[in-house]
Design a binder for this molecule. Structure first.
Ligand SMILES: Cc1cc2nc3c(=O)[nH]c(=O)nc-3n(C[C@H](O)[C@H](O)[C@H](O)COP(=O)(O)OP(=O)(O)OC[C@H]3O[C@@H](n4cnc5c(N)ncnc54)[C@H](O)[C@@H]3O)c2cc1C
Length: 528
């Protein structure tokens, strides 16, 4: 199945009008990240009536802050988590097929500096290939020193013995989230960003609706639904607590947030289309250097934290750690002055009740679905790569709890998302209109298609974002429709004024320029 229908407008007044219309939805979803959007699409394609509310922008949370890998998770294999890896490898291949303009295969090179490293890791990666089976993207290869340097010309040469090449995938996470949102909308779902779930409505101990607040107008509304899915990422416990209070049950928090920092530097640090994997850092993790949208991403970290900031700040030790580990593997060591953007995401790791929360590396990377006594369906954990399988699991839980009448699944396995078209450029190439896939033609038809503002962003793309991609603010455009805030925060800041003017023309709303300028500073400044 594909979405061939004409472009949908995403005018806010229309969305709010639809939200106000009295209706009992089959399913109401709280949270517009990978998880909630995946559920919205699956449910809408199965013919359920669907509403989704997102308190900020789609993918404003963790779903725009990933390492951008569509992967089975090599390190989970090392932990012996075979079923998790096998499922993710299947989903990896489906995602690459269903959104080829936004998700593509990516070769990785793991350079080895000790004689045992290549054979040791190579055997593990051959197992990774075997687990992928038909879903494999290419065979793992052993490389000699010359081949390693040909594929990774800036790998540190001193002591280099050889390496291993293997395959995974990479993607543009925020644009994929938008493709999911827009595909769900085409399938009939109503999705509204800047609309928070503020309360839950119970009748006779059963959940029957939710209160929502339009963050732009302040207006509050009540939505009725047979089934309510809490897909609020690291914030799921807030809604679980509300539910527990209403029905008089004690609720223990299930999320142990863990922070992951990435830094972005120029492509000259990794001038290749092959990512680099450091298999074991000083703290026993893996570290990636990934070519992405014309720059290089270095990361990430895994630091437990208890607060749930919307824009968490990196710790200085984390940035120093990434720079230090990168220096051990790259011939040109990145310095603090080379950093173009620093961004931080919170992993929604699920903790067992007895966990003390001091370490997050041992916590489950699998997703969890819980159905409360009142019928609140909470889903969290997992990873971007497996959003589709997670959505199926959520719906199976809704059926098992008799919240919805069962309808057959598998409907999204081969569902090509809005814009799906064979890629003309790799995801590691600088950003441009190719990222719109089959919709590039629609972007090019808008005023300002030839007027480049900078960083691959044109006036027409800003107009397209406002008309068809739910963009309301400068941040929506510069952080998630284009990824400039993540790639080069200084350039994003420099373009913000022009973007604000265009958005205001298109939407008539306040594009929140001052807030964006303050945020861009946060992505630029090294923590003390
Ligand atoms: C550093 C890092 C790197 C990662 N790298 C990868 C990777 O390379 N590949 C991979 O597959 N996975 C990766 N992941 C995992 C992946 O990013 C997450 O599993 C996924 O994005 C989680 O999506 P989510 O929808 O559950 O959460 P979120 O994206 O956080 O979405 C939850 C949403 O709920 C909204 N919300 C909260 N409260 C309310 C409310 N009351 N009303 C309305 N909305 C609300 C929030 O605003 C948010 O947008 C990474 C994660 C991290 C942290």
């Amino acid at each position: 199945m594909t979405f061939e229908s004409p472009l949908l407008r995403t005018q806010r007044a229309d969305l709010i009008d639809r939200l106000q219309a009295p209706h009992t939805y089959d399913i109401a979803i709280i949270g517009g990240g990978a998880t909630g959007l995946g559920v919205a699409l699956d449910a809408a394609v199965r013919g359920f009536s669907v509403v989704l509310v997102e308190s900020h922008d789609f993918a404003k949370g963790t779903s725009s802050r990933a390492t951008k890998l569509v992967h089975g998770g090599v390190r989970y294999l090392a932990q012996g988590n075979i079923s998790l890896v096998r499922e993710a490898l299947q989903e990896r291949t489906r995602l690459l097929a269903n959104a080829p303009h936004l998700a593509q295969p990516l070769p990785f090179v793991m350079p080895s500096y000790k004689f045992w490293e290549a054979p040791f890791y190579g055997v593990g990666l051959k197992m990774y290939d075997a687990l992928a089976g038909k879903a494999g993207l290419g065979a793992t290869e052993f490389l000699n020193r010359e081949e390693t340097l040909r594929l990774q010309p800036t790998a540190r040469q001193a002591g280099l013995k050889g390496g291993v090449k293997y395959w995974d995938g990479q993607f543009d996470d925020a644009r994929l989230a938008l493709a999911l949102a827009r595909s769900a909308a085409r399938a009939g779902a109503l999705l509204v960003n800047y609309c928070s779930a503020t309360g839950l409505v119970h009748e006779g101990g059963k959940l029957v609706g939710l209160h929502v607040a339009d963050q732009e107008s302040g207006q509050t509304l009540t939505l009725n639904a047979k089934c309510i899915v809490n897909a609020a990422g690291v914030w799921v416990d807030q809604l679980r607590l509300l539910d527990g209070q209403a029905i008089g049950r004690e609720v223990k928090p299930m999320v142990a947030p863990s922070q992951g920092v990435h830094i972005v530097v120029d492509r000259s640090f990794l001038p290749t289309d092959h990512a680099l994997l450091v298999p074991k850092t000083a703290d026993g993790r893996v570290l990636f250097a990934v070519p992405w949208l014309g720059k290089t991403i270095l990361g990430t970290t895994d630091t437990p934290r208890n607060d749930l900031a919307r824009e968490p700040l990196a710790f200085r030790e984390e940035v120093d750690f990434i720079l230090g580990e990168s220096a051990r593997y790259l011939s040109k060591a990145p310095q603090p002055a080379d950093i173009k953007s620093i961004w931080v995401g919170l992993r929604p790791l699920v903790k067992p009740p007895e966990e003390d929360g001091d370490s997050t590396q041992a916590l489950s990377r699998e997703h969890t679905v819980l159905v409360s006594k009142s019928g609140l369906v909470t889903v969290t954990g997992g990873k971007w790569t497996t959003y589709r399988a997670m959505a199926e699991d959520v719906l199976d839980n809704c059926f098992a709890a008799d919240l919805l009448a069962k309808r057959p699944g598998g409907v999204t396995e081969n569902l090509r998302l809005v814009g799906a078209r064979k890629a003309s450029h790799t995801i590691s190439s600088p950003p441009g209109v190719h990222l719109y896939g089959s919709e590039a033609v629609d972007v090019l038809a808008l005023p300002g298609a030839d007027r480049v503002l900078g960083g691959g962003l044109t006036e027409a793309m800003v107009r397209f974002a406002a008309r068809h991609e739910y963009a309301r603010t400068v941040e929506d455009v510069l952080a998630r429709r284009s990824r400039l805030l993540f790639l080069d925060a200084a350039l994003a800041k420099a373009l913000a004024g022009e973007v604000a003017e265009l958005l205001e023309q298109e939407t008539g709303a306040n594009p929140r320029l001052a807030e964006f300028l303050a945020l861009a500073d946060q992505y630029l400044v090294l923590p003390a």
